[in-house]
Design a protein around this ligand. Structure first.
Ligand SMILES: [Mg+2]
Length: 181
């Protein structure tokens, strides 16, 4: 079996939502970045946990997954966010720019149709904070068809936790290996 993709969201996963009082978690450090298309005098403040870079590298270095960004940060994920976490240049899913006012315009995550086509029949573990029941059903159906699919959904106010990445590694290790050579 080919390597599963590890699809990574950013907002609500690496950049947690602020707490009720507007404060970020104490574990996260402030950075100002200038996304593509924005003027340099109008940066966006993001909060990142430096430990996430190390934790993600631990998974990437196993060589068990093919990591790819899957986020509305698009190419900025790899040019702006990744480097702040010490991550190498990773591929990204070039998501469409839909005219939508909700992240679930059809009851499921807006990224999913594009991701489904992008993946083809590749296995994947996908970390995003915004899945609905329909996305979990999609993952189940895909797995039932023989394409291993795991969705991991962090609490957006807490973001990615070490146990989520432990789950990634455990899941990958239990996948059937291709004995054909
Ligand atoms: Mg998100």
């Amino acid at each position: 079996m080919r390597l599963p993709y590890l699809l990574l969201d950013i907002d609500g996963v690496l950049i947690p939502f602020p707490n009720a009082d507007g404060s970020p978690p104490a574990t996260h450090a402030r950075h100002d970045v200038v996304p593509t298309g924005r003027s340099a005098d109008n940066p966006v403040t993001v909060w990142l946990n430096p430990d996430h870079g190390r934790l993600l590298m631990d998974v990437i270095r196993t060589g068990l997954v093919t990591p790819a960004w899957c986020t509305s940060w698009r190419e900025d994920s790899t040019t702006l966010i990744g480097p702040l976490l010490g991550l190498p240049t990773l591929p990204y899913v070039d998501l469409p720019r839909l005219q939508i006012t909700t992240s679930h315009p059809n009851g499921y995550l807006w990224k999913r149709d594009h991701v489904d086509a992008w993946l083809g029949d590749a296995p994947t573990v996908w970390i995003d904070d915004d899945f609905t029941d329909l996305d979990h059903a999609w993952a189940k159906e895909r797995t039932a068809r023989g394409t291993a699919t795991l969705l991991i959904q962090p609490d957006p106010h807490l973001g990615l936790q070490p146990e989520h990445l432990t789950e990634v590694t455990k899941w990958v290790l239990q996948l059937p290996t291709d004995r054909a050579t």
